[in-house]
Design a binder for this molecule. Structure first.
Ligand code: NDP
Length: 328
């Protein structure tokens, strides 16, 4: 699946081109693999724009960048044998040839391939380092997270609960809010589509927010800024409400509460923590095993032709937990 045109605003079907080419054979030091499952990430929208960011944009005509898990079918690589499962940035394609750079084995006896794109993959690492390092969370604090029923948000809330915190999630719709306060054990949930977030925060966090983990930006970020406790930390993880803008990003108008509350707001990119991924994966795996983290995955079954529409599900809020496309 290749990028055919640079979208303006929402991505359209005609921005993609599905091209069939013969499957390559692996050269020296390479392995070939068949794609099992592909990750869908809000960040993909940013990679389509031709502007400087933390990664270069996907070039016109290039295979779309994506994380995926492949099963090795043939190998001239010393570390990989046929049958191995490997997670890496292999792109939206059915077959891959790779030199293994930036890839690693996924132990599918411990968790299914999709979990290496979710709780044990990039979203898990993002939740762990964003909350604990950037957010400098301390046990027993009050945490508010937006995009709370999504891949990153659902893990942020559950990690904070594992640390004995009071956790309030902000998400769209009653089904997602019921999941948060039910199975996922959040203390409260705010349905931003049904109620005024500022008023709801006044009710749910009367003593203020110690860590606000922001996945969405826009009005919700602004509302959270009005409720900061002294020395609060605002973690800028993402701003999905702004990614399809063709006008400038909406900035927060309530940022002066940072001054009044001696608070800080800090952004981060998960890739900067690559050397510590094993630490996060160990911790998350142990929380999964002792039941403190429930893994939520939204699996769409289909072909690479289903990639464009599956990606849009993130922007329509149609996913619960980590969204992946499983190739059938
Ligand atoms: P999610 O699984 O959370 O999916 C996106 C969700 O965003 C949707 O389900 C929807 O939930 C919500 N959403 C969509 N549009 C809006 C809107 N206009 N306003 C409010 N909410 C909206 O995605 P991820 O967990 O993969 O990513 C979450 C965030 O983390 C993104 O901003 C992403 O860019 C960021 N990120 C940052 C990283 C970093 O290194 N800084 C690394 C990985 C992710 P709902 O129904 O509740 O609206």
């Amino acid at each position: 699946m290749r990028l055919a045109a640079r979208p303006v605003g929402e991505v359209r079907p005609e921005d993609w081109e599905h091209r069939s080419v013969p499957v390559e054979q692996p050269g020296p030091g390479q392995f070939a693999g068949r794609t099992l499952v592909i990750s869908l990430d809000p960040a993909m929208r940013g990679w389509l724009d031709d502007r400087p960011s933390y990664l270069p944009p996907v070039g016109l005509g290039e295979v779309m960048r994506a994380g995926s898990v492949v099963e090795v079918t043939a190998s001239n690589h010393p570390d990989y044998r046929p049958g191995d499962h490997v997670v890496g940035t292999f792109g939206v394609q059915e077959y891959v040839v790779s030199d293994g750079k930036g890839a690693m084995k996924a132990d599918t006896s411990l968790a299914p391939p999709s979990t290496y794109l979710g709780a044990l993959g990039m979203p898990g690492m993002t939740a762990y380092f964003g909350l604990l390092d950037v957010g400098a969370l301390e046990d027993g604090e009050t945490v508010v997270v937006s995009g709370a029923a999504g891949a990153v948000g659902s893990l942020v809330g559950q990690i904070a609960k594992a640390k004995g915190c009071r956790v309030v999630g902000i998400a769209g719709g009653p089904e997602k809010c019921a999941l948060l306060t039910g199975e996922l054990g959040f203390d409260a949930a705010i349905d931003y589509r049904a109620e005024d977030v500022r008023k709801a925060l006044r009710r749910e966090v009367p003593d203020g927010i110690d860590v606000y983990f922001d996945n969405v930006g826009g009005d919700i970020l602004d509302a959270a800024l009005t409720r900061l406790a002294m020395h609060a930390r605002v973690v800028i993880c993402g701003a999905i409400s702004q990614y399809n803008n063709s006008t400038p990003v909406q900035g927060p108008s309530h940022y002066l509460t940072l001054l009044v509350r001696r608070a800080r707001m800090e952004g981060f990119v998960v890739f900067d923590y690559a050397e510590r991924y094993a630490e996060a994966a160990r911790a998350i795996m142990s929380w999964i095993q002792d039941g403190r983290i429930k893994v939520k995955e939204h699996v769409v079954k289909g072909t690479v032709d289903d990639f464009p529409d599956t990606l849009q599900m993130l922007f329509r809020g149609e996913n619960i937990g980590k969204l992946v496309l499983e190739l059938t």
